[in-house]
Write a new protein. Sequence first.
Length: 183
Amino acid sequence: MAKGKEIQNVAIVGTGVIGASWAALYLARGLNVVATDPAPNAEANLRKFIDAAWKDLNVIGLSPNGTREHLQFTTDMKKALANADLVQENGPERKDFKVKLFADMDAATPKDSIIASSSSGLTMSVMQSACKYPERCVIGHPFNPPHMVPLVEVVAGAKTSPETVERAIAFYTSIGKKGDPRP
């Protein structure tokens, strides 16, 4: 993993309430966001959420490059992940689903990307168990809603590298998040 690689391109996997909130925050911080979700009406629901959240984000303060224009949506997860510097996963809290999803994301992202999960119910050690590059996987669990509450819990898995934890913390800090890493 490239040490200190700047994160500019974020992929959101799963655009329910948590994923949409993350997307709104990342856009407000001037990042490029490609979101993906197979659910019917996912794109329309995501854009509606972001439009509603934008009012609050304007009050909090947008970054100089913060804009909703940096949002792209695709139902093709591989396309969404192709250029991601960071993936923020927000899928269902089911062990078998997450293990397969993480293996699929691991195969589709550049090898120097961070893959972060918003999970609160499964350990990273379980989710990264089928990954070829598990050292880049970490929990980035937000306090809700992510676009409003400036706290995030960073949790390593058994195979997560210390560098990934450091990069994740530095990234979340750079967008205004606070919190301490958990082993």
